[in-house]
Design a protein around this ligand. Structure first.
Ligand code: DX5
Ligand code: ZN
Length: 216
C-alpha cells in the first residue's frame, strides 16, 4: 500500500493543530516530523515538547525523521514522546546497530536514511533489521528544495536490494516531491511519500486528495 506522509516542517505553526487535523481528515496515513539539530544539518527545527504536545491530540502515525548527530543519544526519547517510527541517518552515527536496537527496545518501528551523496550499498548490513529505508531526494536541512533526479536510480536500487532478499521493508522518499513528479518515485519503487510544501501550501485538503488519487 502507498502511504502519504505530509511534513509539518512546511506547516503554519500558528495553525499547527488545525492543519494536522486537516491532513488527517483528508486521508493522509502518516505525519512526517522533521527534527534538526543545527549540526547534522545547518538548520534547527523543533523537538520533544512539540511532538509530545501534538501526540495528545491525534492518533495519526508519527513518522519522526531525526536529522541529528549521534542519534543514539535521543532515539528512545523520541519514542517516549510519541514517535511510532524513528528514522535516523546512517551518516550521523558510528554504530547504526546500536541506534536500531535503541529504537526497537523503546517500542517503535525503525527507519534508516541515506543522503543523496551516500551510496545505497552502505545499507546492506542493516536492510534486514529495519522497517523502512528513507532515500533522501534533496540534501536534508530545508523544505521547498527541488527534487534531485540523480536519486531516482537510488530508489530503484534500494527496492531491488529489498526484493532480492525477499524482505518486507518500506521505501520512503523525502524532498521536492509534488503531484507532478510523484509518479516517478512510485515507479522507481517508493511506497511512502513525504511531501511538505506541496501539501501545506493551501488548499491543504485538495493537495492531499490529489496526491492520494495519483498514489492509488
Ligand atoms: C528536509 C526534510 C523534508 C522536508 C520536505 O530536510 O527532511 O521532510 O520537510 O519538504 P519539501 O516536500 O517541501 O521538499
Ligand atoms: Zn524529512
Amino acid at each position: 500500500m502507498n502511504i502519504l506522509s505530509p511534513s509539518i516542517l512546511a506547516a503554519d505553526f500558528w495553525k499547527l493543530g488545525e492543519q494536522i487535523k486537516e491532513v488527517e481528515e483528508a486521508g493522509a496515513q502518516y505525519l512526517h516530523i522533521d527534527v534538526m539539530d543545527g549540526r547534522f544539518v545547518p538548520s534547527i527545527s523543533f523537538g520533544m515538547p512539540i511532538i509530545a504536545s501534538i501526540r495528545k491530540q491525534t492518533d495519526i502515525f508519527f513518522d519522526v525523521h531525526i536529522m541529528i548527530e549521534e542519534p543514539e543519544r535521543y532515539a528512545a526519547e523520541f519514542v517516549k514522546c510519541g514517535a511510532d517510527m524513528v528514522t535516523f541517518h546512517i551518516e550521523a552515527t558510528k554504530d547504526a546497530n546500536k541506534v536500531i536496537q535503541c529504537i526497537r527496545d523503546a517500542g517503535a518501528k525503525v527507519g534508516i536514511s541515506i543522503k543523496p551523496g551516500t551510496p545505497v550499498e552502505v545499507l546492506e548490513p542493516y536492510i534486514d533489521k529495519v522497517d523502512m529505508v528513507l532515500v533522501m531526494t534533496v540534501e536534508p536541512g530545508f523544505g521547498g528544495q527541488k527534487y534531485m533526479d540523480i536519486c531516482t536510480e537510488k530508489i530503484c536500487k534500494t527496492r531491488s536490494m529489498i526484493q532480492e532478499r525477499g524482505l518486507n521493508v518500506d521505501v520512503q522518499v523525502d524532498g521536492g516531491i509534488t503531484v507532478d513528479n510523484v509518479h516517478v518515485v512510485l515507479e522507481a519503487g517508493a511506497n511512502v511519500v513525504v511531501a511538505g510544501s506541496a501539501v501545506f501550501k493551501e488548499p491543504i485538503t485538495e493537495n492531499v486528495k490529489r496526491f492520494l488519487e495519483i498514489m492509488v
